[in-house]
Design a protein around this ligand. Structure first.
Ligand code: SF4
Length: 363
């Protein structure tokens, strides 16, 4: 597939260049600029996937923070074609920002590797073919949903274009995973990353800070695990509550209180100080549309939050990786284990019919 925007040597010391630019951490936007030579924007695509934590393959109900009511068949019927979503998204972004050099097709809602691999290939290649300004793919998924066939597909695609695989890890601690109703354990994450690393695509970890019951020390243990397991990138999120979710109800009733802004800022800086300097920091906070967000409202002020995090680094005189210690076994020396994808997930993937959005593309 042709790309107007060329990927510039992502394996070189480019990943440490942020240090000579006097930045406090290896920020995603700047990293993409270095890799592609210009501003890159992600365009979100809903390909009509569901989730094994919703449809019963591993559990029902989904995570307590996720509004998965929209994963119903009726929503999938209402979806626009992938090609139309991407074209509209590109147009919107182009109107909003000057000089966008390229776009990443971001498969964001639900579990975007939960479909037969031939259909995944079809939908991923379709998105790459919409415009020569689409420079790559980002694919959000769960740790228990990457069988070998999916990883082999992403490996093939990454030989042609930029690919990022984003895992919802959230925390390494089992009580937190259970509280969120994730329906996978941390061993699943270790199995997935140990099979994914070194295949040519980026492995990103999505982590939530402020899970009830997690102490500061526990969150720092999650930070250390990022370096131990060798993730290429990280997305940090404060726990936030949106309408229509079990967490939303708990926050409204006062049963759960969420992390305060000042504590979050300090925790993010502590966290980033403990991860390797090469890791790309894709996000330092989470947010949701204002009319959908219950609490905390402070996360809507993304720019001031980012500035406050940068100022905290400055005040301390530290930066990402300042307190990182390399593990005894470096990530690239960890053995690749056998595939432990649950049979219930494999079975559902094999049984699933053609994706509704792809059916529409055939019209
Ligand atoms: S695994 Fe992801 S898509 Fe599935 S319910 Fe949880 S947050 Fe939602």
């Amino acid at each position: 597939m042709a790309t107007a925007c060329k990927l510039i040597d992502p394996d070189s010391n480019e990943r440490l260049r942020w240090q000579s630019e006097k930045l406090p951490f290896n920020a995603f936007g700047a990293s993409l600029r270095r890799q592609f030579g210009g501003r890159i924007q992600r365009v979100s695509i809903d390909a009509g996937f569901t989730c094994p934590n919703v449809d019963g393959a591993v559990a029902r109900g989904g995570c307590n923070f996720c509004d998965n009511r929209s994963f119903s068949p009726s929503r999938r019927v209402r979806l626009k074609q992938v090609s139309e979503q991407l074209a509209t998204g590109i147009e919107t972004v182009t109107q909003r920002y000057d000089k966008v050099a390229g776009f990443i097709a971001y498969f964001q809602p639900a579990t975007n590797t939960y479909a037969p691999v031939e259909q995944l290939e079809e939908v991923f290649r379709l998105s790459l073919s919409i415009s020569d300004r689409v420079v790559g793919l980002a694919v959000g998924t769960r740790p228990d949903c990457v069988p070998e066939s999916v990883l082999e597909l992403l490996e093939r695609l990454s030989q042609e274009t930029y690919v990022s695989l984003e895992f919802g890890m959230q925390t390494i601690h089992e009580p937190g995973l259970r509280w969120m109703n994730r329906a996978h354990d941390h061993a699943s994450m270790i199995n997935a990353i140990d099979r994914s690393r070194g295949r040519g695509f980026e492995c990103c970890s999505h982590v939530i800070l402020g899970i009830p019951g997690e102490t500061h020390a526990m969150m720092m243990e999650t930070a250390v695990e990022i370096g131990r397991l060798g993730f290429d990138a990280i997305k940090l999120h404060n726990l936030y509550a949106v309408e229509g979710t079990p967490l939303g109800d708990q926050v409204k009733s006062g049963e759960i209180t969420l992390i305060e802004r000042e504590e979050y800022i300090h925790t993010v800086v502590d966290f980033l100080e403990r991860i390797p300097p090469e890791v790309i920091v894709e996000r330092v906070s989470g947010d949701a549309p204002p009319n959908f967000l219950i609490e905390p409202k402070w996360c809507l002020e993304k720019s001031s939050l980012r500035l406050a995090i940068e100022q905290e680094f400055k005040r301390r005189g530290t930066r990402q990786g300042s307190h990182y210690t390399a593990p005894d076994i470096l990530p690239h020396l960890r053995p690749r284990p056998a595939d432990e994808t649950p049979e219930a997930i494999r079975a559902q993937i094999d049984l699933r019919r053609r994706l509704p959005v792809l059916k529409m593309e055939q019209k």
